[in-house]
Design a protein around this ligand. Structure first.
Ligand SMILES: [Zn+2]
Length: 199
């Protein structure tokens, strides 16, 4: 998911591992996939084992997220990898204690309430729309240490989690708005679909 403005920040392997003596290294950002790319419509596979490969993917996804400058969440699907992995960082820029969230096999366990919030997506640049979703949610998944986690969320975190879990099921936020509103975005979507991008 994207937001209008965000200061980029650097990522180190320690962000998701707690120590720097791991094999992870920094690399260039991964290639983002954009609206019109068929991979965005596929269902991602469950991650059966979390190895260094998956942990490294999470680090690379965080780098990719921070490189966008306005991203607050990313699903592996958006970099063309059909594994059920999402990352979220809605941390305040001056909150040193904040850790990005890395979640494998995230699953929406329960929802409550309803709220309309404006959403954007890194795969659908410069398009935003108001989307109605549950306000409070409970999500379960597995963290980088292979531990089960349960997250009770509301506000922006609840919104980003639902948006990213949707990606793992091939669903985009524009699927969740009315047909009339989507019609208004038709030209913008077509432009994204037809844009030439470096391979
Ligand atoms: Zn998105």
């Amino acid at each position: 998911m994207s937001k209008r403005r965000r200061k980029p920040k650097s990522t180190a392997a320690s962000d998701v591992n707690g120590e720097e003596s791991v094999v992870l290294r920094e690399t260039a950002p991964l290639q983002l996939r954009y609206y019109g790319d068929p991979v965005l419509r596929k269902r991602a596979e469950l991650v059966t084992e979390i190895t260094d490969v998956e942990r490294q993917l999470a680090v690379h996804m965080l780098e990719t997220l921070y490189a966008t400058g306005n991203g607050i969440g990313l699903a592996a699907t958006q970099v063309g990898i059909l594994k059920r992995l999402i990352i979220v960082d809605i941390g305040e820029e001056d909150d040193e204690a904040y850790e990005p969230l890395v979640l494998f096999n995230p699953e929406l366990m329960s929802v409550d309430g309803e709220i309309v919030v404006e959403e954007g997506c890194l795969s659908i640049p410069d398009v935003t729309a108001e989307v109605k979703r549950p306000e409070r949610i409970v999500v379960e998944g597995i963290d980088v240490q292979n531990e089960s986690v349960r997250i009770e969320a509301d506000g922006l975190l609840a919104r980003v989690l639902q948006h990213e879990i949707d990606h793992l099921n091939g669903v985009l936020f524009i699927d969740r708005i009315g047909g009339l509103k989507r019609q208004l975005l038709k030209d913008d979507l077509l432009k994204i679909q037809q844009a030439e991008r470096p391979a």
